[in-house]
Write a protein that binds this ligand. Structure first.
Ligand code: S3P
Length: 428
């Protein structure tokens, strides 16, 4: 078991930090580049364990990669000419790999088997199997879990409504639709991150978006050979909270994706009293980006309702941390989806922040918090969940005593150099 010791010291989150490329956008850049039989150049691709799972997965169906000067070059096969993988495709810890690949492979004329690690094997896969089967896929799972067998099938066009609050499910259906035999109309009941739509729109002619309706035309025609990945707001979130919670901080996080489906947590933190602003706004491969400027702030508690959760899904661990050190009471409602992440995040957040000294409890699918002045410290566990490990590290900056994190290496899932970035802000 790996342990990381964070000795009590002072942290000031000041200066400029470039967090790594966005994880969601990186998965999609790799997958969409497989449509292009010519070379695609991807800049700032996140080379983390999760994205590598997607690269290995598409590598095993015939896609090639090269690296030069930090840029990734891919040569795809086209969406109709993938090769049958001679082996089970290992999706590692990555739910995005598993679900998006299930969509992409469900309209192929060969069989594929997808599997994952212990944590991924616990995560629900029926949510993706069910809508895909409605449009013609033939998929079997192990009682709703991995391994998944995707049998050869033809995807039909027509109409489908997505009721799940999951961008992964929506993306799987979009990818399946691109392999189909006629146009597919997708209606979305709940708004979730829209990176697949944006990238597809930038890279092909095969998508039309009209409010909550998406029209997909099969056989993507490539109109672009470069995908630039902006920096990851969910990774930036840890340092944003670090800066808010520690005195004398003034941090600039450069060129972060500020897609509204991803930065709802910034609205929440501002509502709590956080001094956060966007500067140097621009557009990168269709995605809005900006430098995020954060200054130390005193925060007050608030309530978050169920409807906001899909847009905050990956930032709940650090929001709970901010609430634990804010003035007054806070409540986050309707967190059921958190039970199906890399760990049961309701349990991991509440148990680990409690160890550190937070006044936090779980009631049903809600979390209730009463802010405290300071944490004490202690021995914590990441539950092998990258976002829990990073939450604990940032929490340690407000602890009176040392903090130890067991199983800290899981930060490699989304932020391989996290601890290097973190220690930069240590002041004694
Ligand atoms: C992701 C979507 C979210 C998120 C995950 C990445 C994506 O999952 O939690 O980290 O890249 O589409 P769900 O859409 O299943 O909630």
């Amino acid at each position: 078991m790996s342990e990381y010791l964070i000795e009590k010291s002072k942290y000031i989150f000041s200066g400029e930090l470039k967090v790594p490329g966005d994880k969601s956008i990186s998965h999609r850049a790799v997958i969409l580049s497989t449509f292009n039989k010519d070379m695609t150049k991807i800049t700032n691709l996140l080379l983390s364990d999760d994205v590598k799972s997607t690269m290995y997965a598409v590598g095993s169906i015939g896609v090639m990669f090269a690296e030069n000067n930090g840029k990734i070059f891919t040569r795809g096969t086209g969406i109709r000419e993938y090769l049958e993988s001679p082996e089970t495709i290992d999706c590692g810890n990555s739910g995005t790999t598993a679900r998006l690949l299930t969509g992409l492979l469900s309209g192929q004329n060969f069989k594929s088997v997808l599997d994952g690690d212990k944590s991924l094997r616990l995560r629900p896969m029926d949510r993706v199997k069910e809508p895909l089967e409605k449009i013609g896929a033939n998929i079997s799972t192990n009682n709703g879990n991995m391994p998944i067998t995707i049998n050869p099938s033809k995807i039909n066009g027509g109409n489908i409504k997505i009721t799940s609050p999951s961008a992964q499910v929506k993306s799987a259906v979009i990818l399946a639709g691109l392999t189909g035999d006629s146009e597919l109309n997708i209606e979305l009941e709940i708004e979730t991150r829209n990176h697949t739509e944006i990238m597809l729109n930038n890279f092909t002619e095969n998508i039309k978006i009209n409010g909550n309706k998406i029209l997909i035309t099969p056989d993507p025609k490539i109109i672009n050979d470069t995908i630039d990945v902006p920096n990851d707001p969910s990774s930036a979130a840890f340092f944003i909270i670090g800066a808010l919670l520690n005195v004398n901080s003034h941090l600039i996080l450069s060129q972060v994706c500020i897609n509204p489906s991803r930065v709802k947590f910034i609205d929440i933190l501002k509502e709590m009293g956080g001094d956060i602003s966007f500067e140097n706004k621009g557009i990168l491969s269709g995605e809005p980006v900006a430098d995020i400027v954060v200054k130390s702030s005193s925060l007050k508690g608030i309530n978050i309702s169920k409807n906001d959760i899909p847009k905050l899904i990956d930032e709940i661990p650090v929001i709970a941390l901010a609430m634990s050190l804010a003035q007054g009471d806070s409540k986050i409602e309707g967190l059921n989806e958190l039970r199906f992440k890399e760990s049961d995040r309701i349990t991991s957040i509440v148990s680990q922040l409690s160890i550190l000294g937070a006044n936090i409890k779980n009631i049903g699918d809600d979390i209730e918090i009463s802010g405290v002045e300071e944490f004490k410290g202690g021995l914590c566990d990441s539950f092998n969940d990258h976002r829990i490990a990073m939450m604990i590290a940032i929490a340690s900056t407000r602890c009176k005593n040392d903090v130890k994190i067991s199983n800290y290496n899981c930060v490699d899932i989304s932020y391989p150099n996290f601890f290097e970035s973190f220690t930069k802000f240590k002041k004694d």
